[in-house]
Design a binder for this molecule. Sequence first.
Ligand code: SAM
Ligand code: SF4
Length: 325
Amino acid sequence: MLDQYGRTIDYIRISVTDRCNLRCVYCMPEKGVEQVGHTDILSYAEIVRLCGIFARLGIRHIKLTGGEPLVRKGLPGLAGEIRSVPGIEDVTLTTNGVLLGEQMEALYEAGVRSVNVSLDTLDADMFQTITRRPLLDRVLDGIRACAAYPGVRLKINCVPLKGVNEDQWARMAEIARDYAVDVRFIELMPIGFGKQYCGETQESIQKRLTEIYGEPEALAGHFGNGPGAYLAYPGFAGRIGFISAVSHKFCSQCNRVRLTAEGYLKLCLQYTDGVDLRGLLRDGRSDREIFLTLQEVIGRKPREHQFAAAAGERFEQHEMYRIGG
Ligand code: SAM
Ligand code: SF4
């Protein structure tokens, strides 16, 4: 469907849980999160029902996220059910990779053909400092398990943080040099605990990589369902991408909305505006009523974020693990 600014909205990120098996310093508090009751989050049946309505609205691409999506039991089964909803073309996943090794086969059988693994460093001590868990080897096992499926597109997402993982950017980029995998640098956003850190700029990472690997070729076109600038460095098997939502705004091409684990549909990462779909589902509203509400609500998606502007109550106060990234 089209929103009020004529943008095609065909992509939704669905968070299936607020829980996580890591505690990344820029995302979650050390003690973990207030536990939301099982009945407070949408059931899989409710999510699948909503996906049917989203598909009728023109949503074609679904990303499962969290918290950590793979900590919720039966996630591959959910992916398979959503995959078979008429109109849905692909179901993809964003994961920290810890449980990917043990679930990759089931995910593949469910039809998942694109996986993003978040990884900020290849150094075990630094990994523990950033995620507060000693689980780098599990993540690397997960990445290897995923890479064993040639039909699955694998992307590694790294958040570059000043003074934290600075010496890792070239090491992360080398994954794309050696394997047909895209390594993407995700600009830190001033959301939740992210406000306490300072992200590195796209320009300075690109400059450093160019000094080491030579002049890259800028690639035209879209790769996947999201925005991003992609570069081909000489001799690299995979691409290097930059997703810089704050410094290189792509709001005019935004194609997405977000659903929290508790069933709140968010229109823009930064704003609280949206609709409580869990309330509508549990009030006994029909699919038609929910469809019409969504048509109106998605239609009013804001023109752009204003992360550079002063904070206020209209702006998102939640942490990233609640929103799903
Ligand atoms: N647990 C999964 C994972 O880590 O991929 C999915 C959820 S996580 C919230 C999704 C993505 O958001 C991760 O790549 C994470 O690095 C990123 N993220 C979290 N906080 C962020 C922030 N303040 N700015 C930019 N990205 C952030
Ligand atoms: Fe968990 Fe992902 Fe947040 Fe890290 S970024 S704490 S893995 S939800």
